[in-house]
Design a protein around this ligand. Structure first.
Ligand code: ADP
Ligand code: MG
Length: 300
């Protein structure tokens, strides 16, 4: 079992940041820990990395108990904190080599993690000279130094520009092929882009724990397409897996498919084969987003 959390409660004074929460992560997979700001994500992650102690409950990481086997837990976990503290005056290699020393890791591992996180072209620079995306890579490289089985990443993509976002997501997905990755985010699209499973937390309580397949399962795919000319509904009903066609206005059609698969390329091919011109083609995929809003809205 990679992560096993049982009835953990955390109080900050009077305030309950976590309220008897339980969940499990059993195999190498990427699990998104999704919730609005203040939900308790960072608190949970600090507990799992032994930075904080729970007020009640227990947890195991990689089979080791957080309370009695702290050191074993630390050896099993790589952690990228929310506000990753980096010394801007330090060189990338110097920083990683220093931490390798702290962890008692072979110096050759520094080159390995640099390679692994795509830092090679920037490795000779000072951290302060790096973009936010590359600084996150330094944080990831640091978290990977002791080759832990479990990675805990607190909002790893927050504040990145769109290109950096794509690169870091890709890197995390690659890491997730062999390790358990538990990452927090407050954005549903992040979960959709990277995760196999999502655990949704709101006000210190777990409100959903599902695989992305389950979340999408039974869902219908709706595509909105605008042509340059009027098309008969009956004609569009020839599309594969089509369920319903609505001409919403002008030459805009809302096409519902009885599948959760992204059908845009099929619509595009269909239009192309039938000499129709597409002016606009969008996926109306609000359901996961609205599910998140529904689960995390303020209840009295
Ligand atoms: P998230 O990471 O989901 O945004 P946090 O775990 O940081 O949430 O915070 C959960 C709740 O606990 C928030 O209401 C926050 O204000 C509170 N909190 C977090 N850290 C502390 C602290 N050190 N002292 C007091 N309250 C805290
Ligand atoms: Mg946080």
């Amino acid at each position: 079992m990679s992560i096993e959390v049982s009835n953990i409660t955390k109080l900050y004074g009077e305030q309950k940041a976590l309220n008897a929460i339980s969940f499990k992560v059993s195999k190498p997979e990427i699990v998104g820990f999704l919730g609005p700001n203040g939900a308790g994500k960072s608190t949970m992650m600090k507990i799992l990395t032994t930075y904080l102690e729970p007020s009640e409950g227990y947890a195991k990481v990689n089979g080791f108990d957080l309370g009695s086997e702290k050191q074993k837990v630390q050896q099993s976990v790589g952690y990228l904190p929310e506000h990753n503290p980096l010394y801007l005056e330090q060189y990338v290699k110097e920083y990683l080599a220093f931490n390798a020393g702290v962890y008692g890791v072979k110096k050759s591992r520094v080159e390995e993690v640099i390679e692994l996180t795509g830092l090679t072209p920037e490795a000779h620079k000072k951290i302060g000279q790096l973009s936010k995306g590359y600084r996150q890579r330094v944080g990831l490289a640091n978290a990977l130094l002791h080759n832990p089985d479990v990675l805990i990443l607190d909002e790893p993509t927050t504040g990145l520009d769109p290109n950096q976002l794509v690169d870091i997501r890709h890197l995390i997905k690659t890491i997730g092929e062999t390790k358990t990755v538990f990452l927090s985010t407050h954005i549903m699209q992040e979960v959709e882009a990277m995760c196999d499973r999502v655990i949704i937390i709101n006000k210190g309580e777990i409100v959903a724990d599902k695989t992305l397949k389950e979340l999408r399962g039974g869902q219908e795919q709706v595509v909105i397409v605008e042509f340059d000319y009027r098309v008969e509904d009956a004609f569009l009903l020839k599309l594969p897996k089509v369920k319903q066609v609505i001409n919403t206005h002008d030459f805009v059609y809302e096409i519902t498919f009885s599948t959760s698969e992204d059908m845009r390329s099929h619509v595009f091919d269909f239009a192309h084969d039938n000499q129709l011109k597409i002016l606009q083609l969008n996926q109306k995929n609000e359901s996961l987003e609205s599910l998140f809003r529904e689960l995390t809205k303020n209840r009295p």
